[in-house]
Each structure stands twice: as C-alpha cells, then as structure tokens.
Unconditional design. Structure first.
Length: 254
C-alpha cells in the first residue's frame, strides 16, 4: 500500500485507532472518508478536521452498509482503499450463558459479518482501480487468547484467516489484502484500557504503523514490534508461555 495519493474509506473511525489512523493518512496527502454510527461525532470530526469526509454507517446492519457504500462511491468514485476498522470487544463469562451469549453474538456480527459485508459491498469497485487495497483489522489476540474475551479472540482469528484466503482469491486482480494486527493499545476498546500502562500509547502505535506502511509497501501483515510476542509464539515454540504471560500480566491486554 502506498503511503500517499489514495482515497480511503475507514468505517469505524470516530475514535481510537481508526480516527488516529485516518488523521495520519490525511496528513500524508490521502483523501480520507470516515464512517460511524453516531452522527454527532461525525459532525464534530468534520468541523475539527476540514476536508475529512464523513458517512453514517452501522457495520452491524447490512442495509446501512449498502447505503453507505452507495453514498461513498457516488461522492468518491476514485476510492481505492477500504480499511475495515469497526469492531467491539467485550469481557465474557462463559460459565453463565445468560451473561455472555448476547455479547458473543454482537461481537461476531460486528467483527466478522461487518467486514465480510463491507468487503462484499466494495470489492467489485476496487477491482476497477489500478492500485487498490483492502486493509482488514485483526489483533494480536488472533494468535494468543486473552482469557476474558473469548468471542473477540475468535472473531479476530476469523479475520486473519479471511485475509489469508482473500489474498489468494484476489492474487490476479489489482486488489491487495493487508492485515493490520494491533497489540493492546491505549484506546477505549475496553473500560480502563486508555489508561492501562500495559497497553501501547496510541500515538506511538500509529507512528510505527505509518512507518511500516511507508518502508514496507508490499507487507501482507502490518505488525509493530510489540505484537510479535503474540503473533509468533507458536512459531517460536513458546506458545504456552506467551498465553500464560498474556493472562497473568494484565486482564485487559498484554
């Protein structure tokens, strides 16, 4: 993926990693459109960052995705990058089904069906662009499980394998599949995570991600150094130790 000159749509970019990445890409000379459910946040971001496009989209709602895709492509027909950022993370207690089932279903709908539906809505258009990218967003927890977030871990593992599979299917097209694999980052994804000393500061994470995009434009997976502890535990042969350390050091992250 080139670092500049793109037209980028990022659903799920009204806060956290999504918004920070959107603004960083905008600073590098890209046209950026952000999507989110809350119109008041979209209006606030548009006011604070003139030139950033906005569109309302609920990635848990297939009709909303279709409407947003129609809107984005009508206003920005040069779109060549889709970043499927939207996601949710919830602590679940699987010892009591009444406490986790609704959360698990919502997580799968948002984190798995959302990206699938988004990609389906844009993939034909992206194939008409000379140089296009679909960036999926998994997690270090796709490769090593955090005990308290089973559905989140599973959903991100699904996104990893979806990314691997789509890369094979789209190999002979103009569309590249890039997988962003964050570690625990100081955002509001979980309560208290923004102030968690074990999590990576957001500005440091975005800076390293942008550096990787710039210096490794052909990378299939965007991995900051901090996530490699989780990503390669099985390959290194210390998977059990990685899982133990992950779950002992911090209940909400690495």
């Amino acid at each position: 993926m080139d670092i500049t000159g793109n037209t980028v749509f990022i659903p799920g970019a009204t806060s956290g990693i999504g918004l920070a990445l959107a603004l960083a890409l905008r600073e590098r000379g890209n046209t950026v459109i952000i999507g989110g459910r809350r119109t008041e946040l979209l209006e606030k971001i548009a006011l604070e960052h003139p030139g950033v496009g906005t569109v309302r989209v609920d990635t848990a709602d297939p009709d909303s995705i279709q409407a947003a895709a129609k809107d984005v492509l009508s206003r920005f027909p040069e779109l060549n990058v889709l970043i499927t950022m939207a996601g949710v993370m919830r602590v679940e207690n699987w010892l009591r089904p009444e406490s986790f089932l609704e959360s698990a279903e919502r997580t799968v709908t948002t984190n798995v069906l959302g990206p699938i539906r988004l990609i389906a809505a844009f993939v034909e258009h992206l194939q008409t662009r000379q140089d296009a990218t679909i960036m999926t967003v998994s997690s270090g927890l796709a490769f090593a499980p955090l005990k308290v977030t089973p559905s989140y871990n599973a959903s991100k593992a699904a996104i990893h394998m979806l990314s691997e599979s789509l890369r094979l299917q789209l190999a002979d097209t103009s569309v590249r599949i890039v997988e962003l694999e964050p570690p625990s980052v100081q955002t509001d994804l979980l309560p208290g995570q923004a102030d968690n000393d074990h999590a990576m500061p957001l500005d440091e994470y975005i800076s390293e991600v942008m550096s990787i995009i710039e210096t490794q434009p052909d990378a299939h997976e965007i991995q900051v150094e901090r996530v490699k502890f989780l990503r390669y535990g099985e390959a290194r042969g210390d998977y059990d130790q990685v899982v133990a350390a992950l779950n002992a050091s911090d209940p909400h992250g690495e």
